[in-house]
Design a protein around this ligand. Structure first.
Ligand code: ATP
Ligand code: MG
Length: 217
């Protein structure tokens, strides 16, 4: 459990994704949010069996290994492998409940992209997410939000503008944050590699070597 000198619990950043494979878009986003929110505890959380996809391309073990390679030189970015170790589907509410049970009333800050935020009402038990964590919605300067029906009603009163607000309570607020989103996606990397094109400079070199060795995509 992380506690600061004032006795106030330190906020914990959580960045979930399939990371199939992890790339510099993810890694830069992580660093920018970490810096803007001054987070000292930051965790990347690869999804085990993601409920919103029929399948991943690389196995959970391989995706975990690639994250490990990407982050090995950066001890301030920690990989949380709990979803990979868990049997069956991984639901974010279950994951957050587990982390909440371990961390007491520390602010938990879940990072999601604007695209994911727009369809948050498709997530398993989505209303409970707000009881468990704050949300940081990573936006590009031109990204649009489309919150329909009840999602709009839930989001609207929770919105805050200042990152510091998230330190004052354990959960329930939503902070839209403009970050530099590099135009890199895992889909594009997999497509390039299938087509025999080089993915270099889109993701760390050791990750590329690992993909080739294990013939992942
Ligand atoms: P895929 O193309 O397979 O969907 P992806 O590149 O979108 O992969 P995910 O693992 O699906 O990667 O994304 C995990 C999280 O990272 C999501 O919240 C997503 O919005 C965010 N993300 C993905 N790519 C970027 C990027 N280039 N910059 C910032 N955030 C990103
Ligand atoms: Mg995606």
């Amino acid at each position: 459990m992380s506690t600061s000198v004032q006795g106030k619990k330190r906020a914990i950043g959580i960045f979930g994704g399939t990371f199939d494979p992890v790339h510099y878009g993810h890694l830069r986003a992580a660093v920018e949010v970490m810096e803007k929110l001054q987070l000292e505890d930051f965790r990347l959380l690869p999804a085990g069996t993601p409920p919103h996809r029929s399948n991943t391309f690389a196995s959970a073990e391989h995706r975990l290994a690639m994250l490990g390679l990407a982050l090995s030189a950066y001890p301030d970015l920690v990989v949380d492998d709990r979803e990979v170790r868990r049997e069956g589907y991984s639901f974010m509410v279950d994951t957050l409940s587990e982390i909440r049970a371990e961390e007491g009333d520390a602010p938990l800050i879940l990072m999601i992209g604007q695209d994911a935020a727009n369809s948050l009402d498709q997530w398993h038990e989505w209303r409970r997410l707000f009881e468990l964590a704050h949300l940081v919605i990573m936006r590009r300067p031109d990204s649009k939000h489309y919150y329909s029906g009840e999602l709009f009603e839930q989001v609207q009163p929770r919105l805050v503008k200042h990152p510091g607000k998230l330190n004052d309570s354990p959960a329930g607020l939503i902070l839209p944050l403009e970050i530099t989103q590099l135009a890199i996606s895992s889909t594009d990397i997999r497509r390039r590699m299938r087509a025999g094109l080089s993915p270099r400079f889109l993701l760390p070199k050791p990750v590329i070597a690992y993909i080739r060795e294990n013939k992942l995509y």
